[in-house]
Design a protein. Sequence first.
Lengths: 284, 395
Amino acid sequence: MKKEMSAAAKRRRLNHLLLHAGLFLFAAACVYPLLRIFSVSLRPGDKLVSMDLSLIPAGATFVSYAKLLGDTMFLRWLWNSLLITLATSFIGVSLASTAAYAFSRFRFPGKKVGMILLLSSQMIPAGMLILPLFLMIMKLKLMNTYLGMIIAYSVSSLPFSIWILKGYYDTIPRSLEEAALVDGTSQVGAFWRIILPLSTPALSIAFLFNFTTAWNEYLVARVVLFSSQQYTWTLGLFELQGQYITQWGMFAAGSMLVTIPVLCVFLYSSKWLISGLTLGSVKG
Amino acid sequence: MDILKSIYEVVWFILLVAAGVAALEGYFYTHFKFYARAWFFPAVLGVFPALALAVFGGLLGGYTFKLWLYFLLAEAAIAAFFRYAVKGRHTVPYLLLAPAFVGLALLLVYPFVFEVYLSFHDLKLTTIMMWKNTGTLPFVGIDQYVKVFTTSPLSEVTFWALLGRTLLWTFSNVFFHVAGGFILALMLNNQIRFKGFYRTLLVIPWAMPQVVAVLAMRGEFHSTNGFVNILIGKLLAVFPFLAALGVAPVQWLTDYPLLTCTLINIWLGIPFMMVVILGGLQSISSSYYDAADIDGASYFQKLRFITMPLVRPVMMPAVTLGTVWTFNNINVIYLVTGQAGGTEQADILVSALYKAAFTYNRYSYSAAFAIVVFAMLFFFSVFYLKSFDAAKDER
């Protein structure tokens, strides 16, 4: 008996060893490109293009970072992105929060049709609406402005936001509002004072979703913005890499500066983000 | 000073939106609340068409009598609708919904309709100035649709080649996303040390901003300086016999652009599937496995008869979503091949329609192309959802 146990334990240990080896390999494949960007960003100016694979290059410096912040409009691009993204997220979440409440708490003619419309709007390829939006923005004379970008972005995440917020509102017991209504609050007051404060987690998920979508957007920005003063960081990075001579060091430095905060926020919030994704689909 | 100006611009716009929402709510509130009053009709017919003329007259070209008449007729219809049909019922939900749905109508439905309009007209570089000044376009019927199937959207590839490539791209990506995600999720779903650590590292491709990830990977597929070829070179130096098997550094970006894009996209997409499937795996009660152990089931039997069927409901929506996302993925392909002089050998339908519009300025053609692509996607989804429902009923 004892001998058998030890054989099983041995096999388990071997299994675990294999698992660790496999996971380590995959994890390395996932992280390596990021480490490479980091390594390139530290290279001294004369060795930017090289076949070196070491993580910390010989003669590592922060010269690329200094050049990026000093010679290009990188900070300006980040600022543009931040403004556009904050404005779109704010507008998107505000519109979604009330609409989702209507879907969650009321019965009214057209409710089902509205929900179906929301879902089917997700089927319209995003790339398809770029052209009409571009032409509308041109007609409104908002090319190359923040406003054009905010208009183009503001509703793109709206259906999804409504969907997750509705899923969350559904989990808040109605008795809370009923108590408030008995105490003489209006329906809108109950929403404002009870439901909204209770929904902070879902509101932050929706905000985060809106934020990341707009923050990482490239294709609309490409056609709406054309002066480098107004660029978002995605356009700026593409330009750094896309010119005839790739500015590898600056590109890598910029990538690191953008990626690190995004990575932190994502890893910190991924648990809620994923539960939010499933929440909508399960509640139906 | 620049910063102040930009803040001012954006805050001003948000206030404008807020004012628009307030005006909208006020408009509907009046109709919901006072529909039965004696002064309802004269008041709304007097005030709203005049206000609309004042606000929209400038945008739509001139404060004309005709425009006012249109607004008056529209308002009369709306007012009658509210008085005799709505009668003030369901005020709160509709007021809550109004801003979001007006936003969607203006920025999602209207562009869609406008796209359909464009596809039957001729907007290109030579007519765009005319359209800008007069707002009219020559009508060409279904010409654009005929062109979609008979001419090339770019300079060489045909629609059918693009379609084949798109299907290949979608299928291979989704297959590897699901397979890779499944394997990783199975590996992570064990009682091992550093599980959280591995999980964190494994979601990095998903967590990185896509633009950074794709552009960086694009650089790494460079023929001499990218790590892919350098690693192949090192591998060959250690195991020379691999060269006999045809392993050699290649010109990824020029010779195999579609393969390069696919590899990058597989790398990007596996973490999402992994996380979704892992969530499914963790929700499976261990009692099933205990029972199977008592019956002496092998690992693969447990996988086939317990894990697979129980993960399916979690996985199917993710796979559907993943298929649509992959089909519509312009980002990866455009970022890899979109620069001046970029290749067309990796373009799929959606990236071709983006390039047709914005690289070649064939706007109406691109619109017709988009409608065709949308129709395909639409029928696929309807068909797919139907078969999914049927499968559900059978169980």
